[in-house]
Design a protein around this ligand. Structure first.
Ligand code: NAD
Length: 462
């Protein structure tokens, strides 16, 4: 057990102001593996002041030099990839191969993309008799969740730094060790003091202090819709910029012409990856009534095959929440065809890969985000019915459409109220904007659109 007592402030590891701590627990065996400071408002204030002091210098640093620092950061992420993967596995519980491929692979790609974008982006453009300068918004308060601990940090810090902003990060309570390792990587990459700062701590204390701080110009939050709503209200009251990446309940629409086995197989894998703790997971599978029974059978056997390969969920609280949803699904009349609420192992916060059939739109399992390995299979009558069900939640983060012809899937996808749709199993693209329609959020991350979130314009007329 390693007890840390410091925070990364103004280019160095410095003692936290208070004595409160957070235990970091391995979800696979419930052992306390480390302790980190629960930062206070005083720590947040010190971090914001450091970021404010560093802002003029970093904002004035030529984009090519900012790009070079980001390139160096990407290289450190690669060089320390095994350490990152092991850390994510230790505090999140995901299987090591998944941590290597996804938890480290995706952020490396994103950091690399911003090293390139910082160098290429037109921070100055001519519009008629004006020159428009794209300038950094200022000090960014970044608040991240635990489910993709490194990716969520990089998806905010890399574009913010590329834009010339400075950053204070408050990572999730459950996964602060990955954030500490990221701060060490920033240091190793040679970013100037104060450009990136880390305060570990509790959401309602350190997170809230960061969101409320008058010297923070933009709050970028990823997490639950409930907390996002509060952060949006705070930002609105202070008239400051805010980006919210929130929950989801995405639909995987299998049109009648689709390759059913492939669509169901990929769909189940999508939901079970990261133990279902993926905001964009396609947790509602929509199948035409003529192929419904076959799809349910395929989904149940695909889920059952997961068995021991699935990692635990992040905490006892999360496990209890997920089990509660499973119990409620049964109580509401859905038919359990794989998994269930009982504990698969004696130790660790594991949940069975679970599939429900005969799910109707009005059920809580069809409407609420579960954030665990639970798939609901819904029946539709025709395409219009499928569209109505797909769009029938408060969320709109992601989705999938499968059809024999790509054009058929695209036509359907264009009518979905959602920010991202994978066509016939399309691959992750680190340059494509990611973010939600409706209550899934405000703003976009990744690529050029993600960079633009951290810029504001100034027009000079001639
Ligand atoms: P959460 O909202 O509880 O916590 C997210 C972060 O906010 C944490 O760092 C937490 O400490 C902080 N926080 C909590 N209360 C706060 C407050 N009052 N003021 C300021 N900060 C506060 O969410 P979670 O349980 O950590 O993450 C799961 C949720 O995140 C799910 O709903 C999921 O869909 C969502 N999520 C969305 C995306 C996306 O890109 N849209 C990505 C990942 C996760």
């Amino acid at each position: 057990m390693k007890a840390h007592d410091d925070l990364y402030l103004d280019g160095a590891w410095r003692p936290a102001a208070g004595r409160d701590t957070i235990d970091v627990v391995n979800p696979a065996d419930e052992q306390v593996i480390a302790r980190v400071p629960a930062g206070t408002a005083e720590d947040v204030d010190a971090a914001v002041r450091a970021a404010r002091a560093a802002l003029p210098g970093w904002a004035a640093t030529p984009p090519a030099e900012r790009a070079a620092r980001l390139g160096a950061l990407r290289d450190v992420l690669v060089a320390r990839g095994e350490e990152f993967a092991a850390t994510v596995t230790a505090e999140l519980g995901s299987p090591l191969a998944f941590s290597q491929a996804v938890h480290v692979g995706a952020p490396v790609a994103v950091a690399g993309s911003y090293a390139e974008l910082a160098a290429e982006y037109d921070f100055e453009e001519k519009v008629g008799n004006s020159v428009v300068h794209h300038e950094p918004v200022g000090v960014v308060g970044a608040i991240t969740p635990w489910n993709y601990p490194l990716h969520q940090i990089v998806a905010k810090a890399a574009p913010a730094l590329a834009a010339g902003c400075t950053v204070v990060l408050k990572p999730a309570e459950n996964t602060p060790l990955t954030a500490r390792l990221f701060a060490a990587a920033v240091h190793e990459a040679g970013l100037p003091a104060g450009v990136f700062n880390l305060v570990t701590g509790l959401g309602p204390v350190a997170g809230q202090a960061l969101a409320e701080h008058p010297e923070v110009d933009l709050v970028s939050f990823t997490g639950s819709t409930a907390v996002g709503r509060r952060i949006g209200a705070l930002a609105g009251a202070a008239v400051k910029r805010v980006a919210l990446e929130l929950g989801g309940k995405s639909a995987n629409v299998i049109l009648p012409s689709a390759d059913l086995a492939k669509a169901v197989g990929v769909g189940v894998a999508n939901v079970m990856a990261n133990s279902g703790q993926t905001c964009s997971a396609w947790t509602r599978m929509l199948v035409h009534r003529d192929r419904y029974d076959e799809a349910v059978q395929l989904a149940a056997s695909a889920a059952a095959k997961y068995g021991e390969r699935i990692g635990p969920v992040v905490s006892a609280r999360q496990r209890d929440r997920v089990r509660g949803h499973i119990e409620r699904g049964t109580a509401e009349g859905a038919r359990l065809v794989a998994g269930g609420p009982d504990a698969p192992r004696e130790k660790g916060w594991f949940v069975h890969p679970t599939v429900f059939a005969d799910v109707t739109e009005d059920m809580a399992i069809a409407q609420e985000e579960i954030f665990g390995p639970v798939l609901s299979v819904l029946r539709y009558e025709d395409e219009e019915d499928a569209l109505r069900i797909a769009n029938g939640t408060v969320y709109g983060l992601a989705g999938a459409v499968w059809a024999a012809e790509e054009s058929e899937a695209v036509a359907f996808a264009r009518r979905m109220d959602t920010g991202q749709v994978d066509i016939n199993g399309g691959r992750f693209n680190p340059l494509a904007p990611f973010g939600g329609y409706k209550q899934s959020g405000v703003g976009r991350e990744l690529g050029r659109h993600g960079l633009a979130e951290y810029l504001q314009t100034k027009s000079l007329q001639f």
